[in-house]
Design a protein around this ligand. Sequence first.
Ligand SMILES: [Zn+2]
Length: 280
Amino acid sequence: MKPAFEDMSLQIPAATAEPEDYTGEDGLLYCGKCRTPKEAYFPADKVALFGRDRHPAECDCQRAQRMEREAAEQQRKHRDKVEELKRLGFTDPAMREWTFANDNGRNPQMKTARFYVEHWEDMKAGNIGYLLWGSVGTGKSYLAGCIANALMEQEISVKMTNFAAVLNDLAATFEGRNEYISKLCRYPLLILDDFGMERGTEYGLEQVYNVIDSRYRSEKPLIVTTNLSLDELNNPPDTAHKRIYDRVTEMCTPVCCSGVNFRREKAQEKMERLKKLMND
Ligand SMILES: [Zn+2]
């Protein structure tokens, strides 16, 4: 059997020398490019143990290259993670475009959305959500989408869905309704878009209540967008709606989205463009 140090010495390769490298005054190999050593001496008492007096070390340019490689790898991992969150988090891929970066700067409530993202830790801790309400086409869903995208880009998982999709999923679920609902409640942030459009059946309202109430009990924030007015939310038509609205208004701080109807404006723009095309 060979003594242990011989085995150790085999494991320590010598530094590889490039043609421009040179030996410094200290006897170590130096990089010809950055003029820092590519080797280091072992402490004197370890020399016998390792069977040689030196081991390879990173010169400055090798270190810079390694750090660049590692940063690129981290970037790639981050992009993959964000991609995965967006794939799972949005019911519609178009929502991925609803970002602060793509915003036209004209929605006065955009700062409220930014505030939410910037204070996410407080929002999470305080279980604070938004109730984005206002008439059709005022960019409420876009605002919610900006929040979702920005948080996902920080690797925070968010689910942005609506009750039409939730009710569909509940009807089709294999894992069972309770499991589906508790999955929704595990997301640090849940966004329910177009709330209040699912009027109707007793069954539907019961499911809506189940989801809202479970989220309430999970003590995690909820953001809701709705075309309902605050007045309608405060004066529900019956007790079935009342218990749902009560929960929502307790969990979500109202944010009024009013003013310019962006959708109508867009339609107007299209019309103008079409007119121009027809005239040309
Ligand atoms: Zn170098």
